[in-house]
Write a protein of this length. Structure first.
Length: 145
C-alpha cells in the first residue's frame, strides 16, 4: 500500500464530515483549516481570505459550519480585490492526518475543532486584518466572544 498524500487524507476526512449527522456542517471547518494550512504564494487571494474568514467566524464568533458556509456564499458574491495575507512559516501543529487518525465520533470531532483552532492561532498576526476585512464587507460590527 502506498503512503497517502495529504490531499488523499483530506478526501477521506471529507467523506466523514460530509456524511456527519450533525446539522452544524462540520465539513466547513475542515475545508477552511485545510485551505489556510496548505496555502502557498500561488493560492488565489479569495481562497485564503475566505478560509481565514471562516476560521474567524467559527473560532472568534461561534458560528456553526452552516453559518460560515452561508457567510462564504454572501462574501463570494462581493466582487472585489481580496487582500493578501502573510503566510506564517508554521500553520499549526495539528493536521488533517491528526484529525483522520482520531476515532470517528466525538474524538474526531474534537480533533477537527483542535485543528481549526491550531490553524487560526498560527495566523495570529492576521487576526485584526481578517476581522476588519469582514466587517468592512458586511457592515457587521459584532463583538468577539
Amino acid at each position: 500500500m502506498t503512503e497517502q498524500t495529504e490531499r488523499d487524507l483530506y478526501h477521506s476526512l471529507s467523506y466523514y464530515t460530509l456524511t456527519h449527522p450533525d446539522p452544524g456542517f462540520i465539513h466547513q471547518f475542515i475545508a477552511d483549516a485545510y485551505g489556510a494550512q496548505r496555502a502557498t504564494p500561488k493560492t488565489k487571494p479569495v481562497t485564503l481570505a475566505l478560509a481565514l474568514v471562516g476560521l474567524y467566524l467559527h473560532i472568534e464568533k461561534g458560528y456553526t459550519g452552516k453559518q460560515v458556509q452561508q457567510a462564504h456564499t454572501r462574501l463570494a458574491k462581493s466582487k472585489r480585490n481580496w487582500p493578501p495575507f502573510r503566510l506564517p512559516p508554521n500553520r499549526g501543529d495539528v493536521t488533517v492526518a491528526d484529525a483522520l487518525a482520531a476515532q470517528p465520533g466525538d474524538e474526531r470531532d474534537a480533533m477537527i475543532e483542535k485543528w481549526s483552532r491550531s490553524v487560526w492561532g498560527a495566523y495570529r498576526d492576521s487576526h485584526a486584518q481578517v476581522a476588519k476585512m469582514y466587517e468592512e464587507i458586511t457592515g457587521e460590527q459584532g463583538s468577539r466572544r
